[in-house]
Design a protein around this ligand. Structure first.
Ligand SMILES: CC(C)(COP(=O)(O)OP(=O)(O)OC[C@H]1O[C@@H](n2cnc3c(N)ncnc32)[C@H](O)[C@@H]1OP(=O)(O)O)[C@@H](O)C(=O)NCCC(=O)NCCS
Length: 163
């Protein structure tokens, strides 16, 4: 008598990307992306402080469970502030940034925020383009906001998305 396997693996196809809250255990992978995509990355300590600060901090994993990106969102009275958003370099331009922005919007709307603010370097044309395409509009400049190496500073463009 032949014995059939008692069950055949017929898992549902995994979604391409899944969202979850960031945990301390995610930080080694987070730091790999952070150090790769930013010329002036946040430190491990910056992320750790944020994790204990009550911000909305989310990661997205790809179907192989590898970290694909993350976002940090601070919710104030009626305004959310996007503190950090990054996508693994080999996935740039494939919609993961938009997925994270959609999540930021849904988190902010869920807490009755009126808008989302962010700062971006004018030299980061890719990010400025992504934000503009998403509907953010420039509302001002913060002079000398970012370090730019050799004791120099770079301005920040302040952008706002009305919800
Ligand atoms: C900025 C960043 C998060 C965007 O993520 P991404 O996954 O590459 O973005 P997406 O693929 O979701 O693109 C979002 C939109 O911008 C468009 N876009 C993407 N790259 C673009 C580019 N170089 N120029 C113009 N438009 C671009 C996409 O077509 C898409 O528009 P659509 O949805 O209307 O088609 C990512 O590039 C990144 O991690 N950069 C390094 C870290 C960083 O600079 N973070 C921002 C700091 S302020």
């Amino acid at each position: 008598m032949s014995v059939m396997p008692s069950s055949i693996d017929r898992d549902e196809p995994k979604p391409a990307y899944s969202l979850a809250r960031m945990q301390v255990d995610d930080l080694p992978e987070v730091m790999t992306i952070e150090n790769d995509v930013y010329p002036f990355p946040w430190t491990h300590g910056n992320f750790l402080d944020s994790l204990y600060s009550g911000y909305e901090i989310w990661i997205v994993r790809d179907s192989a469970e590898a970290l694909a990106g993350y976002l940090l969102l601070m919710l104030s009275v009626d305004e959310a502030h996007l503190l950090n958003i990054a996508v693994r370099r080999d996935l740039h331009g494939q919609g993961v940034g938009r997925l994270l922005l959609d999540h930021a919007v849904s988190l902010a709307r869920g807490k009755d925020m009126q808008s989302i603010l962010l700062e971006v370097r004018p030299s980061n044309e890719r990010a400025v383009n992504v934000y503009e395409r998403y509907g953010f509009a420039g509302i001002g400049v913060r002079r000398g906001y970012y370090p730019a190496g050799a004791s120099r500073r770079e301005d920040a463009i302040v952008m706002r998305l009305s919800l």
